[in-house]
Write a protein that binds this ligand. Structure first.
Ligand SMILES: NC(=O)c1ccc[n+]([C@@H]2O[C@H](COP(=O)([O-])OP(=O)(O)OC[C@H]3O[C@@H](n4cnc5c(N)ncnc54)[C@H](O)[C@@H]3O)[C@@H](O)[C@H]2O)c1
Ligand SMILES: O=c1ccn([C@@H]2O[C@H](COP(=O)(O)OP(=O)(O)O[C@H]3O[C@H](CO)[C@@H](O)[C@H](O)[C@H]3O)[C@@H](O)[C@H]2O)c(=O)[nH]1
Length: 411
């Protein structure tokens, strides 16, 4: 959706093809099925100016000069990338495409997939990985840090590069394998950074140091950089977990020992457990305290703020573990509708219901809206006014003045 709408915004005539007829009919009416700032306006612009259309019919691509593949590439057995949807999409193109059409692979795919696609379709294929973040998708597509064009055919590379005319970003031309690997390498590195700071946060708690200060000192070194140094309940979302596992699988198959990345993934699992231990300690006074039957209120369920996406959300991973320990969970998230999350959390629209009679509150997503909550009221409604802030989002003094016993992470 973002690629289609942004490419239309850049002046191209774009047809978005999807197998999901419900999604296609909503998009054709200008309705966006996800929360993504600015996307609705761009879809409306493309539809009204006649540069954007949506269909379920792959035949609509018969006159396309470039086909951009954006289909899902989820985790399959043993962490390998599952290419069923990708292969189905490629299969649906074989009979349809113009002989001169170039295929751009924007899906995150294992090394070798672009070259295999080229062979299968008998047309040039270009690896053109996408680096946008959810919640910033339109901005990141139109203002990327870099555009990567991995190709063996220079004419095809020129054509894909020309898609981004008007976008101010360095264009890196590589071979297809390097482009494919660079995408996994980037996401895995971000995961390493967050796991690193999460383990440091645990160390800070043991040593009486403050992770916020430690990260600030580290981040001012331009060789390190301040981004992705905020501790939390673990990294999640639709990309980092699947791409780290896929890269581990690739390394394993290639006979390369990537213990650093395996430890990063293990540290992330440990982080979910650590939050549970922290909640036990805060609420019961003991790291092995019993949560059975205790009411806990969760603030934030999405995998990060600014999105309605709960895929592989660390908040839900923590919630599952708290529920397994017997806690009774109520959750509030400004980004999602009540019916989006089922299972272990009873989701409510009214934040006071989360605090009512709660033995503790746990902040799991860094929604800025939480700053403006009536904390004195929430403390008064709680049974034990205790809060564990896994994002170090809130002002400890303000929370303590409101009546809460405040517990940050790593400080
Ligand atoms: N979500 C992100 O932030 C992001 C960022 C960069 C890269 N990526 C990569 O982009 C790819 C897509 O991710 P997504 O999050 O947009 O997935 P998604 O599941 O949100 O959307 C993909 C769409 O592809 C459709 N589809 C499935 N099979 C199809 C087929 N055979 N023909 C046509 N359409 C088909 C689905 O119905 C769905 O609407 C993945 O490889 C992902 O790793 C995602
Ligand atoms: O300092 C930080 C930064 C992030 N996170 C967590 O890390 C996860 C991933 O965050 P983010 O990277 O912003 O999410 P995505 O939108 O999935 O974006 C990632 O995955 C996309 C899909 O591949 C890539 O295109 C992006 O470049 C890459 O940042 C989330 O759970 C965050 O809460 C932290 O805990 N601490």
């Amino acid at each position: 959706m973002t690629s289609a709408a942004c490419l239309a915004h850049l002046g191209h005539r774009v047809t978005g093809v999807d197998v999901d007829a419900t999604k296609i009919s909503s998009l054709s009416r200008g309705e966006i099925p996800i929360a993504e700032p600015g996307l609705g306006a761009l879809v409306a612009e493309g539809l009204s100016e006649g540069r954007l259309a949506f269909t379920t019919d792959p035949d609509a691509l018969s006159r396309a000069e470039v086909v951009v593949l954006c289909v899902p590439t989820p985790t399959g057995p043993e962490g390998a990338t599952e290419l069923r949807a990708f292969d189905a999409a490629v299969g649906s193109l074989a009979e349809v495409l113009d002989p001169d059409c170039v295929v751009a692979v924007k899906s995150t795919v294992p090394v070798g997939t672009t070259t295999r696609t080229e062979r299968l379709l008998g047309r040039p294929a270009v690896s053109n990985p996408e680096f946008l973040r959810e919640g910033h998708a339109v901005h990141d597509f139109l203002h990327p840090d870099r555009i990567v064009v991995g190709a063996t055919d220079p004419t095809a590379a020129d054509l894909v590069t020309a898609l981004y005319d008007g976008v101010a970003a360095p264009v890196l031309r590589t071979d297809p394998a390097s482009a494919e690997l660079a995408k996994y390498a980037s996401n895995a590195f971000l995961a390493v950074k967050v796991s690193y700071v999460n383990v440091l946060a645990e160390l800070c708690e043991r040593l009486g140091a403050d992770i916020v200060d430690v990260a600030r000192v580290m981040g001012l070194d331009p060789r390190i950089g301040s981004a992705f140094l905020a501790p939390g309940p673990g990294w999640g979302g639709s990309c980092l977990p699947k791409d780290t596992r896929a890269l581990l699988h690739t390394a394993d198959e290639a006979g390369v020992d990537f213990a650093l990345l395996a430890d990063t993934v293990a540290a992330n699992r440990h982080q979910h457990e650590r939050v549970v231990t922290k909640v036990r300690q805060a609420v019961t006074g003991a790291t092995d305290g019993c949560l059975d039957g205790l009411r806990l209120g969760l603030l934030g369920l999405t995998f990060k703020a600014g999105t309605d996406d709960v895929r592989a959300s660390p908040a839900l991973a923590v919630a599952t573990r708290l529920a397994e320990a017997g806690a009774v969970l109520t959750g509030y998230d400004p980004g999602i509708d009540r019916d989006r999350v089922a299972g272990v959390v009873q989701v409510v629209d009214d934040v006071t219901l989360v605090a009512k009679d709660a033995a503790g509150l746990v902040v799991l997503t860094e929604w800025p809206e939480f700053h403006d909550l009536d904390w004195a009221l929430l403390a008064a409604l709680s049974e034990r006014a205790t809060i564990v802030d896994t994002r170090n989002l809130l002002d400890p003094e303000l929370l303590e003045r409101a009546g809460f016993a405040y517990h940050g992470l790593g400080r």
